[in-house]
Ligand binder design. Structure first.
Ligand SMILES: [Zn+2]
Length: 357
């Protein structure tokens, strides 16, 4: 399986594509981005569910890969099994976030470490990428990272009450008829079973594009996925490339973690997952690396989950090195793909990384 990048990063960069087998044999993809032969600290970037590593290489703006390269770091892009560049959201065995934490992230970290020798390894993780990373870390599966940036959510997921209701009831109803919620209206057309869903999502959308309406509405889950005005027009017109269909069968795990306001293991009766903690928050003491919790002040996907995480960790685990930065004026996804993210959001990320190197 060879995946062609939609957007080649940085004009002078070399991209090495590394097919990666997760711990259970699932084929993933890892890309190493280099710009010279210098030994640089490595930074693994983890995308959100339904997005892909392309969210870090968006053209037309100064994207995170460009910024990291210019600052002396070596970006590594993982497409874990929830990537829109991979087929698993729509085909193949259904998975839970346990699989990502147990099989995908540790395999990527091990592979990178084998390639970079003694160089430092950081992780910058967005949304579900950060949530699943928290499960890997508290299971002790990725020890010795040099620093972690978790954007939007980490150990304490929290949705709005309306999103919680939709996750509990609406998606259950939807689940009986629809396995995935599509994102691209051009592929759905006017005469599909999905058309009423797009029409419903367009009611309160800030713009008339039905694809944008679906994605802005977080595939129907509630809240908004991004602050519309923060997107460059070219990025706005690429939303269907950046975000794919969302599987409805993942919502029971999502609902479990949200109801607990803590990252919870899904597979309680399967010994293969026994290594994962039942409740990751209860095992926060296993975190062995400096942590930056980052969130936009207008995040309607996870609200103040990361502020809550900071408050809980500094109270319960004062021995941990945890910082919290809230970026004014940003929502969720626009904090990574927004036209001003390089200045407003990536600067505190670089400051944090530089402090650890
Ligand atoms: Zn729009």
């Amino acid at each position: 399986m060879t995946l062609t990048p939609l957007h080649p990063p940085h004009v002078a960069a070399q991209v090495e594509e590394i097919p990666l087998r997760a711990g259970d044999g699932t084929l993933l993809e890892l890309r190493r981005v280099t710009i010279d032969n210098d030994a640089r600290p490595a930074v693994l970037l983890l995308h959100g569910h339904g997005a892909s590593s392309e969210m870090f290489t968006v053209p037309g703006i100064r994207n995170l890969v460009d910024v990291l390269l210019d600052a002396g770091y070596e970006p590594w892009l993982l497409d874990w099994r929830g990537s829109s560049r991979l087929p698993y959201n729509e085909k193949g065995p259904q998975f839970s976030y346990d699989d990502v934490a147990l099989y995908d992230i540790p395999a990527a970290v091990d592979t990178i470490r084998a390639r970079i020798g003694g160089q430092k390894l950081f992780v910058v993780a967005h949304c579900i990428g950060a949530l699943t990373l928290s499960l890997s870390m508290t299971a002790g599966l990725v020890p010795g990272l040099s620093g972690v940036v978790a954007h939007g959510v980490f150990l304490t997921p929290k949705l709005s009450s309306s999103a919680r209701l939709r996750a509990t009831f609406g998606t259950e109803l939807l689940r009986t008829r629809i396995d995935t919620i599509p994102s691209d209206f051009r592929k759905v057309g006017l005469w599909s079973k999905y058309t009423p869903v797009f029409a419903w999502m367009s009611r309160r959308s800030p713009c008339s594009d039905p694809t944008c309406a679906m994605l802005h509405g977080n595939w129907g889950l509630g809240g908004s996925l991004f602050v519309h005005d923060n997107l460059d027009l070219r990025t706005h017109d690429r939303l269907a490339d950046l975000l794919g269909p969302a599987p409805t069968w993942i919502t029971p795990h999502l609902r479990r973690v949200e109801l607990a306001h803590a990252v919870m293991r899904w597979n309680d009766y399967d010994d293969r997952y026994r290594v994962l903690p039942e409740n990751a928050l209860e095992h926060a003491h296993r975190i062995d690396t400096p942590l930056l919790l980052l969130s936009g002040s207008r995040n309607e996907a996870w609200f103040d989950s990361n502020k809550l995480c900071y408050d809980v960790l500094t109270t319960r685990n004062p021995e941990l090195d945890v910082k919290y930065v809230e970026v004014p004026g940003y929502g969720h996804l626009d904090a990574i793909i927004g036209r001003g993210a390089a200045l407003d959001v990536f600067s505190p990320i670089l400051t944090f990384l530089d402090e650890q190197t």
